[in-house]
Write a protein that binds this ligand. Structure first.
Ligand SMILES: Nc1nc2c(ncn2[C@@H]2O[C@H](COP(=O)(O)OP(=O)(O)OP(=O)(O)O)[C@@H](O)[C@H]2O)c(=O)[nH]1
Ligand SMILES: [Mg+2]
Length: 195
């Protein structure tokens, strides 16, 4: 959270997850489809195949006083350094897991890296919402199996398809709500997520 020179409060949200899990697609869908947010430009640093090289970024103004600065990280293993930089000052994370069975190891690795960067703050002072993406695939893994393998049984979660936008708005609404709740009522929210 930070305040800008015009007195607006900025909250930072980061889409995290392995490469090709659908982070950029989800943010793009929100940018193109969610109304009621005053959106700035969409900045994307990607290679010619569309894989993110550094980050995507778009500012979304919710009220006169509140702006959500929304980023995606570059999921490929080699961009670990960039991912760590993007996490600086983060208030909320949407973890985008890929429901293809052959990507489960990559999901686990990505979650382990995230935990190593943010530690105990995850799910407490840093809100966490899980997107089980690509649920449209015929061989998509079961939600409960994925959450158990990721050690995320208690985290708020949604089964999504970022291509059609199914449940993407609900995921985004959940993380923004959790961030605001934490900052309005920090003690109550911390107790709720610990229990
Ligand atoms: N079937 C299906 N395909 C999806 C879904 N979401 C994204 N994709 C596809 O998956 C591919 C990768 O999506 P991206 O959004 O670029 O993935 P990313 O997580 O940003 O990847 P990096 O930038 O490398 O970290 C694209 O071809 C998308 O069209 C989904 O819900 N279902
Ligand atoms: Mg991307």
């Amino acid at each position: 959270m930070k305040k800008d020179t015009q007195g607006r409060i900025h909250f930072k949200i980061v889409f995290w997850g392995p490469s090709l899990s659908g982070k950029t697609t989800a943010l793009r869908w929100i940018y193109d489809n969610v109304e009621g947010l005053n959106k700035g430009g969409f900045t994307s640093v990607a290679d010619h195949t569309g894989r993110t090289l550094f980050f995507d970024y778009t500012p979304m103004q919710a009220t006169a006083q509140v702006v959500f600065d929304v980023y995606t990280v570059a999921g490929q293993r080699r961009h670990r350094g960039q991912r760590k930089v993007i996490l600086t000052g983060v208030d909320g994370i949407i973890f985008v897991a890929d429901s293809s069975p052959d990507q489960m190891e990559a999901n686990i690795e990505s979650m382990a890296e995230l935990r190593s960067f943010v530690g105990e703050e995850l799910g407490h002072s840093i809100s966490l919402v899980v997107m089980l993406n690509k649920q449209d695939l015929p061989n998509a893994m079961e939600k409960t199996v994925m959450l158990a393998k990721l050690g995320l049984g208690n985290a708020p979660n949604f089964t999504t398809c970022a291509l059609t936008g199914e449940n993407v708005k609900r995921t985004f609404r959940q993380v923004t709500r959790d961030i605001l709740m934490y900052h309005l009522y920090p003690k109550t929210s911390a107790k709720a997520s610990a229990s």
